[in-house]
Design a protein around this ligand. Structure first.
Ligand code: HEM
Length: 425
């Protein structure tokens, strides 16, 4: 390599690292060139994010997969309280005392308690109800005027399903969802942290009250089962129960909602492949895996931290640093996936390869539910509205703009379900 190449390379890396650190608008609109540059030039890249804690971003597939299962890279938030407080303030601790923020053996214990509720067999039994909810939502959506598919369909579907599964009554769901939205969207400024604290406090109070109510009057739902298990076997303390409800509610609807949006958006932009899926529904399961690889709704796995100095490639991640695994980058790594920037619903060997549901002990608990919701949502939407189109294909795509990306998704997705010319108008 020439001197000039090296200098260009360093500048490109610095630009990419700065874009990722600051969450620049162009990076949020299209993060893949930044990830491509980092994979090539700084695959374990030190970032200085707005939350103020030194973070190492891992962008290559092999490193990402290894990091997700490396016992030296911990998920236990209690072992990194200083960093945790700096990023989120005090209010999050009560909500995050759950499997997602713990290591074995605590993680194993907490996950085992809810595992059976999310087994493929139990999830299969939800199919008729998920279909019914989908049909009801779509029947309220028809028309030739533009509608936002996210707020009218993609969000309500998984929200209703997870709330029914947990046992959150219908009239209380809107408030719960609004508070989840605040938690997901706050940044790291003082004002943001104050907003976060209010939303988290309200959620905590709500869950405490809901648990007390179900303890008095058990119903046929997961929360009542968890309370029974807690009372009979002492398997979870009160804080862990509350936090488990939170992680199920939060992880159980946002991820799937954004993925429905990403799926519809990408299929409408690859109309030939959409036609193939509609002609041959057997292609759908693989199409969904390709969507999760190509534009999954989780861009970065949740925070981890180094329990000791760890060397990956030539970079030392000092003990105590935060580690983020850029799942979206790993899923576009050309060393793992041929022509990774091409959307191809017939791509082979996807399900066990992409990292869109994570890997290892924290592999997504809700993957069977998410896959079923996706299949039902997409099949029903495209069967009922085969001519659906983007309301304004020339408009700028409204990708989420949160500076430090956890989710990859759309703010809104304006579509026309029944375009006038196909209805003969
Ligand atoms: C398309 C939808 C979904 C995607 C893309 C997704 C993605 C992920 C990913 C990447 C992780 C690993 C996080 C990490 O290691 O840092 C994860 C964990 C998790 N997901 Fe999902 N998820 C989805 C849907 C769901 C649903 C429907 C639920 C319902 C309950 C759920 C519950 C969880 C839970 C509880 C964990 C933590 C598991 C653990 O720590 O052992 N997810 N998910």
């Amino acid at each position: 390599m020439t001197q000039l190449d090296e200098r260009d390379m360093t500048e490109a890396t610095e630009r990419a690292a700065a874009a990722a650190s600051r969450g620049e608008a162009s990076y949020r609109a299209d993060p893949y060139p930044v990830y491509g540059c980092l994979r090539d030039t700084a695959p374990v890249c030190r970032l200085s994010p707005p939350h103020g804690v030194e973070t190492y971003l891992i962008t290559r597939y092999d490193d990402a997969k290894a990091a997700l299962t490396d016992p030296r890279i911990s998920k236990d938030m209690y072992a990194a309280m200083d960093a945790y407080h700096t990023i989120f303030g005090d209010s999050s601790v009560a909500l995050d005392d759950n499997m997602l923020f713990s290591d074995p053996p605590k993680h194993t214990r907490l996950r085992r308690i809810v595992n059976s509720a999310f087994s493929p067999r139990r999830i299969e039994s939800l199919r008729p109800r998920i279909q019914q909810v989908t049909d009801e939502l779509l029947s309220r959506c028809s028309g030739s005027a533009p509608i936002d598919l996210l707020s009218s369909f993609a969000f309500p579907l998984p929200l209703i399903v997870i709330c029914e599964l947990i046992g959150i009554p219908e009239e209380e769901r809107d408030d719960a969802q609004k508070r989840c939205a605040t938690v997901a969207r706050t940044g790291f400024s003082k004002a943001d942290k104050e907003k976060l604290a209010v939303a988290e406090g309200a959620l905590r109070d709500y869950f405490v009250e809901l648990i007390a109510r179900k303890r008095k009057n058990a119903t046929d739902d997961l929360l009542s089962d968890l309370i029974r298990t807690q009372d009979e076997q002492g398997a979870m303390n009160d804080g862990e129960l509350l936090s488990t409800l939170w992680v199920l509610l939060f992880a159980g609807h946002k991820t799937t909602a954004y993925l429905i949006g990403n799926a519809v958006y990408n299929l409408l932009n690859h109309r030939d492949q959409l036609r193939d899926v509609m002609a041959d529904p057997e292609l759908l399961p693989n199409a969904i895996e390709e969507i999760i690889r190509f534009e999954g709704s989780v861009e970065n796995a949740t925070f981890r931290h180094a329990l000791e100095d760890i060397t990956i490639r030539d970079t030392v991640i000092p003990k105590g640093s935060l580690v983020q695994v850029a799942v979206a980058s790993a899923n576009r790594d050309p060393e793992k996936f041929e022509s990774p920037d091409t959307f191809d619903i017939r791509r082979k060997g996807l399900q066990s390869a992409h990292l869109g549901f994570g890997s290892g002990a924290h592999y997504c608990l809700g993957a069977p539910l998410a896959r079923m919701e996706m299949r039902i949502a997409l099949t029903s939407l495209f069967e009922r509205f085969p001519n659906i189109e983007l309301a304004d294909p020339a408009a700028e795509t409204a990708w989420l703009k949160v500076p430090f990306p956890a989710f990859r998704g759309l703010e809104k997705l304006p579509v026309i379900l029944e375009p006038a010319q196909t209805r003969g108008v």
